[in-house]
Design a protein around this ligand. Structure first.
Ligand code: SF4
Length: 215
């Protein structure tokens, strides 16, 4: 049998350090090209999974808790999350800026707020796909917010209703649903986030954060 010549990369189990760093930089630059305001290569060991973050989905109860399979109480158990994350070494952390600020406050229109995490979610999806295509078969992307907002625009969850998600490859638990302390993580790379207040003039910029664990 003749083996066809191709540019496709096979899956990689052990990646030489130099190639890994080159690939991570390629993914970081891709995040910027796709519209991220900033992106950083981070060690997975910097991620903190904290029960308090997960509890904040239900205390006080987020509107989306129980409304999708990606939100608590259906999101993966934190023990599983911790064990899985401990097996990753590197990832890409990215953020998008939400502008203009007036569009993203509690007083803004419902439709606009549903889209708060849309852009970062799209970048996460594209980066995860790229990493997979480059041979990183366990690449895993997580965004912010609920898929019921940024994908299904508030419509009833079709997965819980009929077992068929409208966006099976794009829908995923939010970082916070996985217990990741996002505020802690972004502070480690020098980024800031502010509480969303009624007066947008007090906030320099709102951000949405995404994470793609690569290897
Ligand atoms: S149908 Fe919509 S809300 Fe339900 S899991 Fe899929 S993307 Fe999320």
């Amino acid at each position: 049998m003749t083996v066809k010549k191709t540019d496709a990369r096979p899956f990689v189990i052990k990646v030489p350090e130099e190639r890994l760093m080159t690939d991570l930089e390629t993914f970081r630059e891709k995040a910027l090209e796709l519209g991220a305001a900033a992106a950083e290569i981070i060690r997975a060991s910097r991620i903190v999974v904290d029960e308090r973050v997960r509890l904040k989905c239900t205390v006080p109860r987020c509107l989306r808790a129980g409304e999708t399979p990606n939100c608590p109480p259906y999101a993966p158990e934190l023990d599983v999350v911790r064990k899985a994350f401990a097996k990753f070494s590197w990832g890409i952390l990215l953020k998008t800026h939400l502008e203009p600020m007036e569009n993203y406050t509690p007083k803004s229109g419902r439709e606009q707020n549903l889209l708060f995490h849309k852009k970062s979610g799209e970048i996460v999806y594209e980066l995860e796909r790229l990493a997979y295509k480059q041979g990183y078969h366990l690449a895993m992307g997580l965004g912010g917010g609920s898929c019921k907002d940024y994908l299904c625009r508030g419509l009833i969850c079709q997965f819980l209703d009929s077992g068929r998600c409208r966006f099976p490859l794009r829908a995923r638990p939010a970082m916070e649903a996985m217990g990741i302390d996002v505020v802690d993580l972004i502070s480690k790379v020098g980024w800031e986030a502010y509480p969303l207040l009624d007066d947008p003039g007090q906030i320099p910029c709102a951000i949405s954060v995404g994470l793609v664990l690569v290897y």
